[in-house]
Design a protein around this ligand. Structure first.
Ligand SMILES: [Zn+2]
Length: 134
């Protein structure tokens, strides 16, 4: 898997945290909490390494990273039904495929209530900064 992805995300996070810290006049973060979407294909080890390297470049000290998984949620546009991946009976291979290529979710998952493919991902896609503690 291409590791540029992890570095690009780490850099975006470092930039946001750096700006926020500057506005508070601090260069030291006690705890940084990051939400990792279930549908975000990311290598945690590479990502954590990228974060620590990039924060050094930004001259920002982060004492602790907390990576929290965020479960994916879907909502059907046709019938309004909401569901999560674990509500579905997916084979392990299908689950794996979705984790490696989240865009493929539409090939494996349809609305469990009405069978529509016209649904959207309400949670668990991408990454978010959940908290910065000083
Ligand atoms: Zn539906």
């Amino acid at each position: 898997m291409n590791t540029m992805h992890e570095w690009a995300i780490a850099e975006a996070i470092a930039e946001a945290v750096s700006k926020y810290s500057e506005s508070r006049g601090s260069r030291s973060v006690k705890r940084l909490i990051i939400g990792l979407g279930e549908l975000q294909a990311i290598d945690r080890e590479i990502f954590e390494f990228a974060l620590s390297e990039i924060f050094k470049l930004y001259r920002l000290e982060v004492l602790e990273y907390v990576l929290q998984s965020e479960e994916a949620e879907f909502k059907c546009r046709s019938c309004g039904f909401s569901w999560r991946l674990r509500d579905l009976e997916l084979s392990d291979e299908d689950r794996e495929a979705i984790h490696f290529l989240p865009e493929a979710v539409y090939a494996y998952v349809k609305c469990p209530k009405c069978g529509s493919l016209d649904y959207y991902i309400t949670k668990g896609r991408g990454l978010s900064i959940l908290g910065v503690e000083y």
